[in-house]
Design a protein around this ligand. Sequence first.
Ligand code: ADP
Length: 352
Amino acid sequence: MKARETFEEIRKQETKFSLRTRLTALVGVVVLFSTLISFGISKLLELLLPPITSIPLLIQLNLFSLVIAVISTYFLSKMFFDPIKELRIGMQKVADGKFDTRLETKSSSSEIQEVFAGFNMMTQELGSTEILQTDFVSNVSHEFKTPINAIEGYSTLLQGGDNLDTDQQEYVEKILFNTKRLSTLVSNILLLSKIENQSIQTHKEWYGLDEQIREAFLALESAWAPKDIDFDVDMEDLEYYGNEQMMYHVWTNIIGNAVKFSPQGEIIKIRLYKKEGNIFFVVDDRGPGLSAEAQKHLFDKFYQEDSSHKQEGNGLGLALVKRILTMADGDVFAENIMGGGCRFTVTLHSNK
Ligand code: ADP
């Protein structure tokens, strides 16, 4: 609770004059001094350079005061506005989820010190609430996994038996379908909380990117084969230095979505190439495309355009993709394409 103690300590410090009184006094001092100094300079110039005296004293005074006042106000305002600038940058970091942000100030003003200490206390509190929440989520998800696996295992056994009538077969299939959904949801929540908790191992190695994408594509065969989807694939042989296990989720999610949203018998275009030191992975589908609302929230947790949950999925796939790519210093973009459908583009640094 260090940040809170510092905050309380600063709050207790008594200041005789408020910030407003001190600022008003400072401006008064600046005006007084600039007039006095200008007067001195004018008199000195009058002695040293007689021609300048042809300019009336009042104008001379005004000119010199203006220059001195502008210079001193510049330094004065720096004293007050620099901390505000720092605070703005800090706020932006917190808005991006970086709760470990702490600010320090050299300002001697106790009001500014109090604002900074308050900021640090806020980020510390936010950080600990987040740890509590992610720990809770990850513990609960772990606890969910065992019963789900048991239901899935026994339902598979039941499905294999031959003493079930048609209705019972249908019920078992429904149980299996929904437990698989639940199982994917729990795995995704667990993975997301690990990534957000930064507890995921960031082990990196060189591996064949095109090979990995092919594997991901083959793993999705049960989704694309029944839909009779055609693939137009053109991928360069590319080596990539990154976390192989994490990147696999990126490809299965994006290709999986393209398959899920493509109508029967349509074509999906996949490209992988390197350009100007960056790797580009592009997937075009001929599905319904993205509404303006979907484009805004696509990468939010639990966002699904069709919230009726009729489609398979849980709205976590693209949130995961975005976070994995942010960790890998890459990015993902989505846009609609001419003639219907949408394009997902992943960019990565080539490292080579
Ligand atoms: P889900 O598991 O529901 O697919 P995602 O995070 O992967 O979750 O996707 C979120 C939402 O983004 C989807 O529900 C869908 O509305 C939209 N979406 C994603 N990919 C596509 C796509 N290729 N075509 C159209 N909409 C898409």
